[in-house]
Design a protein around this ligand. Sequence first.
Ligand code: KG4
Ligand code: ZN
Length: 341
Amino acid sequence: MTNSDVNILAIESSCDETAAALVRNGREVLSNVIYSQIDLHTLYGGVVPEIASRKHIEKINQVIEKALKDADFSLEDVDAVAVTYGPGLVGALLVGVAEAKAIAFAAKKPLVGVHHIEGHICANYIENKELEPPFLCLVASGGHTHFVLIKDYCSYEVIGRTRDDAAGEAFDKVARAIELGYPGGPKLEKLAREGNPKAIAFPRANIDGAKYDCSFSGLKSAVLNHINSCKMKGEEVNRADIAASFQDAVIDSLTSRAMMAVEEFGVNRFAIAGGVASNGAIREAFEKVCKEKGIEFYKPSPIFCTDNAAMIGVAGYYEYIKGTRHGWDLNAVPNLKLVSR
Ligand code: KG4
Ligand code: ZN
């Protein structure tokens, strides 16, 4: 550790992962601890907000203690405490925010609130040391599907977003419809490997006058209609073909917009982020279209795609060196917007 190093203790609790990490100089992950509640929520077929909050409060101190221990750090060695303060489940966010405030207050460290989506984008800086703005990024998670222009560190412009369901939400709902259970994304991806992506022509929606916006609720309805019509005709419901054809429609919607955007905004780097970005077929499809267009393609390892605190530590670092500080009145903001600045 040198005097000029900036070490951020980061906390993430916006949904169903209780996470803490130590990040040095925005690019080096010294520890990354994630307690996933997924098994607990699987019993209910989705995230139960009150259970998530209760589990966060039970686990958060242990997770932070382990993050410090794994990095061989004490609180005195930390330069700032970064925490996700939105968007997310309010009760879940409050646990992380209250914890971060208590630690920062007691240890007399600055507090930096971080936008969860900014964290997902910044996950790309961890393993791609050469990546710098400007670039375009697709953030696709359970709650968001955003096309974002990263103009500079901490400077974002959302150029498109979903009008209804997020991509991950569509994966989860379709997975439920074909009885795969929760969490839907990874299970659907696995089943899709056995199916034919061209078997069923599911729709690819376009939004008039907003070419980077997308919509997945029509696609989800088309899947439900297909299942009903098979049942009514007494035909076999081929779940693998449905999974593969649905995934293919999502891939088409996302890659076509991405390639339009790189052309319009004249950037030669494209990144993906968020839980859906851990999908192997989506990663391969982006790799292919970017290669064809001569665009550099970036993706975080799957562990940095789904919710984690390392990404919050990276975003927290760039906010910290830019001068962002939050007061002891920092609150959870469940619908926090990623504003252009
Ligand atoms: O980023 P994330 O962990 O949490 C949110 O911020 O929402 O994303 C979770 C979402 C879920 O909807 C999940 O089904 C989806 O990401 N997901 C996937 C895959 N792994 C996770 N979707 C498609 N394929 C996957 N392999
Ligand atoms: Zn997330």
